[in-house]
Design a protein around this ligand. Structure first.
Ligand code: DC
Length: 231
């Protein structure tokens, strides 16, 4: 049983989602994928036919955030936009291409961070522990989390993992194209003004280039035990 919040940050393709979800499942904790929330409000912007970097897009994303629900069960995580389960739609190339622009907007971040803190409190009440993954969890959303982990991996490894994931889901997954997308999003996510992707001061950095999912999971469990968060 996990007690408290585990903050999992890092860029895409580091295996963050896979290990965060497994950690939550194996320790009977709740699981929150904050990237899915940024993706869902981006889907609302695209459905409204708006340029994702426009001021109108920011307004639409903020109002979509008010109508967002997240299921934090690690066996069946989902995000619902106005009652519709949009888990599949938010993983496609259109949303992936637009999400950095929408998530860079301060009002969007403010709305979603409030929402995330509420979900985290609920997860703590219901299950006693929660694994939260994103880009700013340890630095902004839960700065007092008892365990903060920052996953990294080289660009090439991350692009290869993302490509394999895309192909498994029936999307193209061309490695060169995925590598270009990984670079573009890294650049955007690390240089935006509001809560850029950064390593929280007290985070443990894990380089996953040469680690399997099981290796990372084992390292996380060891850290949780060390902090007294697992019983
Ligand atoms: O983890 P992901 O690839 O599903 O995240 C999608 C995008 O959302 C990513 O490009 C950055 C943004 N994001 C963010 O800005 N803050 C978070 N806490 C989570 C994701």
């Amino acid at each position: 049983m996990l007690r408290g919040v585990v903050a999992m940050d890092g860029p895409s393709g580091t295996g963050k989602s896979t290990v965060s979800r497994r950690l939550a499942r194996e320790s009977s904790a709740a699981y929150l994928d904050t990237g899915a929330m940024y993706r869902a409000v981006t889907l609302a912007v695209l459905r409204a036919g708006l340029d994702p970097s426009s001021d109108e897009a920011e307004k639409v994303a903020v109002s979509a955030a008010a109508d967002l629900r997240s299921v934090t069960d690690p066996s069946a995580p989902a995000v619902l936009l106005a009652g519709e389960n949009v888990e599949a739609q938010i993983r496609g190339p259109e949303v992936t291409g637009a999400v950095s622009a929408v998530s860079a907007r301060p009002a969007v971040r403010e709305a979603l961070v409030l929402h995330q803190r509420r979900l985290i409190d609920e997860g703590l009440v219901e299950r006693g522990g929660i694994v939260v993954e994103g880009r700013d969890i340890g630095s902004v959303v839960v700065p007092d989390a008892p365990l903060k982990v920052y996953l990294t991996a080289s660009e090439q490894v991350r692009a290869a993992r993302r490509g394999a994931q895309d192909r498994k889901a029936g999307r193209s997954g061309d490695v060169e194209q995925v590598l270009a997308d990984v670079r573009r999003r890294d650049q955007f996510d690390t240089t935006r003004k509001t809560s850029p992707l950064q390593v929280a001061e007290d985070a443990t950095v894990l380089d996953t280039d040469n680690l399997s999912v099981d290796d990372v999971l084992y390292a996380l469990l060891a850290l949780a035990v060390e902090r007294g968060l697992l019983r």
